[in-house]
Design a protein around this ligand. Structure first.
Ligand SMILES: [Zn+2]
Length: 172
């Protein structure tokens, strides 16, 4: 199977069978992540290893890497953001009491229905995105948007509803 990543999985079953899955996910399939990006032309390399830890807890060791493009909040240009997920989730059956989960891991609650591996990966990637994406300080490609085009500041004033109100008042 090319890609090697099934869409729906039964995590507890995979942990019992010690299954390792690996493959690539196109960003275009990750709607929530895609909405945060400047370009959907990227893919995420995923390795998901299901199994037991030494205490017999069922876990998912998840690794995912991607080079994503976001909009720099200083220059409004595109900036490459490398993201890497490397985490171990404990697979906790939904019917188990939440306090049975080990504090060592982030719990992933598993119900009777199969789960979307894509969504699990997407949730973890979203946690890795910077709140305010920006070029590195001193990057010569990164010029503040307002300084680069003096006309833009005027446009912002024009679109500001309070500025328009002020103008109307002056006319009365
Ligand atoms: Zn920038």
């Amino acid at each position: 199977m090319r890609g090697g990543l099934p869409e729906l999985i039964d995590p507890l079953h995979l942990a019992d069978a010690a299954v390792r899955l690996a493959g690539e996910l196109p960003v275009a399939r990750l709607a929530r992540l895609k909405a945060m990006l400047a370009s959907e032309d990227a893919s995420v390399r995923v390795t998901a290893r299901f199994g037991m830890d030494e205490q017999g807890r069922r876990v998912l060791e998840l690794a995912a890497t991607a080079d994503l493009e976001m909009t720099c909040q200083r220059c409004m240009g595109s900036v490459a953001i490398p993201v890497a997920v490397d985490t171990t989730l404990e697979l906790v059956p939904e019917e188990a009491a939440a306090d049975t989960a080990s504090p060592r891991y982030e719990p992933l609650f598993v119900g009777r229905d199969r789960m979307s591996l894509t969504e699990i990966v997407e949730d973890e990637l979203l946690l890795q995105l910077p709140m305010i994406p920006r070029h590195e300080a001193g990057d010569s490609a990164c010029l503040p948007a307002s300084g680069a085009t003096p006309g833009q500041e005027q446009d912002e004033m024009r679109e500001n509803p309070f500025a328009i109100l002020a103008t109307l008042k002056d006319r009365q």
